[in-house]
Design a binder for this molecule. Structure first.
Ligand code: FAD
Ligand code: AMP
Length: 477
């Protein structure tokens, strides 16, 4: 039987792949998308890591745990006495699962609406013939062969595991288990103080766990601007996260009582950590197993990523790779933008991405977000800059919301005043940073931001004041 032919076959329906498929279909191309994700209930699902076990469920639990903490500790400050708050963890997890289901079903609807064929199973390259790439999809009903003029690899990433720390997602968890614990552990260990470790560690701390984080590097949140990492360190340790930097993790043993971790502290002293559960959050590795890249003469680099150029083109004509499986920040919105770019390239348009204006976000409480260069990067580059910083403490809306921690910091070129970087630690930073990303896309100056009328009272006024502070003329400090 002849294989069905498509203009574009996308491998993977995470945020990079499903957005690429939709944009390609919008542009009139005949599109299929292979996706094999299976839920714990055995149902096939679209949405990838982000929707199933990443961005969406983690943010649902962040919101629920923040509400719980507020009810336990902070509603009294507003003059509201609700008595002792009671946690129904099963309901909280079910709410999170319901949101995930709503979102993944939403993508199925979008696929139908855009006439995208979902190839339900694992896709692998079989070779090439006559300008078309051959793919085989292992579906439950058997194998399906398809031919594609263009292929977009969006196979994403999976949690990195460590030798000697077998993840069973009960006692030792990666992100999958950590989003679905059946009870709040009394003591929780987290290996790795990166984005995922801090977000998930914070969730379980707010729900009542005593959380200890072991981080291998000597510095805290090294990718952030130094002022932000210092402030975040103060806030998170004050909240009760016990974070140990420069920790070398040794033997890990499990028993009926929990998990014991032998580790060496930064001073070289032997330490032990006994916890009920352990979360391993030491980064993610690209998914390329089983793609049979060799059939189309492709390979991976020494870190496992598929090499691509600035436009996500691999070395083979008409094969692109996007999202977590290629270089750059492992962030959903970065993959989505690459998906749009590649679909438009295939349709003959001339899109591009300015990787310098992709915002980074850490959804702790308060949130951390930034775009562009950090102060330490500018120093290392020898670039002359001016800096303005303004605290949420001096903002009426922040005080009213009981969200006065943190600040906005704006870095601008010393001569042209062009905004080079914006760094926020504070409530709602993930939304506030969008203004900075727009400003930088338009190559705005700090004076441009300062001259724009911002609503009062609002957290966004802190952005304006930080921009004014670049020229030493903040008004409310
Ligand atoms: P993925 O989402 O990993 O999707 C890849 C898909 O490809 C998977 O569904 C997989 O089943 C499928 N696939 C792979 N190989 C094949 C094959 N051969 N055939 C068929 N299908 C295949 N990012 C943010 O921007 N904001 C956040 O708040 C955020 N929170 C996160 C929280 C957690 C706990 C985690 C783990 C991640 C978080 N991320 C967040 C990162 C984000 O999830 C990833 O950057 C994003 O999912 C990458 O998208 P992707 O499409 O490249 O890959
Ligand atoms: P992220 O890449 O944001 O998910 O963060 C992963 C974090 O885990 C980084 O801060 C790493 O330094 C840290 N890490 C990686 N390997 C280890 C390890 N073996 N022990 C402790 N921390 C680690």
């Amino acid at each position: 039987m002849a294989s069905e032919r498509f203009d574009v076959v996308v491998i993977g329906a995470g945020p990079a792949g499903y957005i690429a498929a939709i944009r390609a279909a919008q542009l009139g191309l005949k599109v299929a998308c292979a996706e094999k994700w299976t839920t714990p209930e055995g149902e096939l699902a679209l949405g990838g890591t982000c929707l199933n076990v990443g961005c969406i469920p983690s943010k649902a639990l962040l919101a629920s745990s923040e509400k719980y903490e507020e009810a336990c500790h902070h509603l009294g400050e507003h003059g509201i006495d609700v008595g002792a708050a009671k946690l129904d963890l099963a309901k909280m997890i079910a709410r999170k699962d319901g949101i995930v289901r709503k979102m993944t079903k939403g993508i199925e609807f979008l696929f139908r609406k855009n006439k995208i064929t979902w190839l339900k199973g694992h896709a692998r390259f079989t070779g090439e013939n006559d300008g078309m790439y051959g793919l085989e999809v292992q579906a439950a009903e058997g194998q399906v062969q398809v031919d594609a003029r263009c292929v977009i690899i969006a196979s994403g990433s999976k949690a990195r595991h460590l030798p000697g720390m077998p993840v069973d997602n009960t006692l030792i968890c990666d992100n999958v288990g950590a989003l679905s614990l059946s009870s709040v552990p009394r003591r929780l260990g987290v290996i790795g103080a990166g984005v995922i470790g801090l977000e998930l560690g914070s969730v379980w701390r707010r729900l009542g766990a005593e959380v200890t984080v072991l981080e291998g590097l000597p510095g805290f949140l090294a990718a952030c601007d130094d002022a932000v990492s210092k402030e975040a360190w103060k806030i998170f340790t004050r909240q009760g996260l016990a974070i140990h930097l420069g920790a070398r993790v040794g033997e890990v043993t499990t028993s009926k009582k929990g998990v014991s971790v032998a580790w060496t502290d930064a001073q070289g002293a032997a330490q032990g950590l006994d916890v009920d559960r352990l979360i391993v959050s030491v980064g993610r590795v690209p998914n390329t197993d089983g793609l049979n890249l060799a059939a189309v003469d492709l390979g991976v680099d020494d870190r496992g990523f598929i090499p691509v150029d600035d436009h996500c083109r691999t070395k083979r004509d008409n094969i692109y790779a996007i999202g977590d499986v290629v270089r750059g920040p492992m962030l959903a919105h970065k993959g989505e933008d690459e998906g749009v770019m590649v679909a438009e390239l295939i349709a003959g348009q001339k899109p591009h991405i300015d990787y310098n204006t992709i915002p980074w976000v850490i959804y702790t409480s308060p949130e951390i977000a930034w775009v562009g260069r950090t102060e330490q990067q500018l120093k290392a580059e020898g670039r002359a800059y001016r800096s303005g910083q303004f605290p949420f403490m001096a903002n009426g809306r922040a005080l009213g919301m009981n969200a006065a921690e943190g600040f906005v910091k704006v870095l601008a070129d010393a001569v042209t005043d062009e905004v080079l970087g914006v760094h926020i630690v504070g409530a709602g930073a993930s939304d506030l940073i969008a203004e900075a990303a727009v400003a930088m896309e338009f190559r705005a100056s700090s004076e441009d931001i300062a001259r724009v009328c911002h609503p009062h009272p609002s957290m966004s006024e802190v952005m304006r004041e930080a921009a004014l502070a670049v020229d030493k003329r903040a008004l409310n400090l």
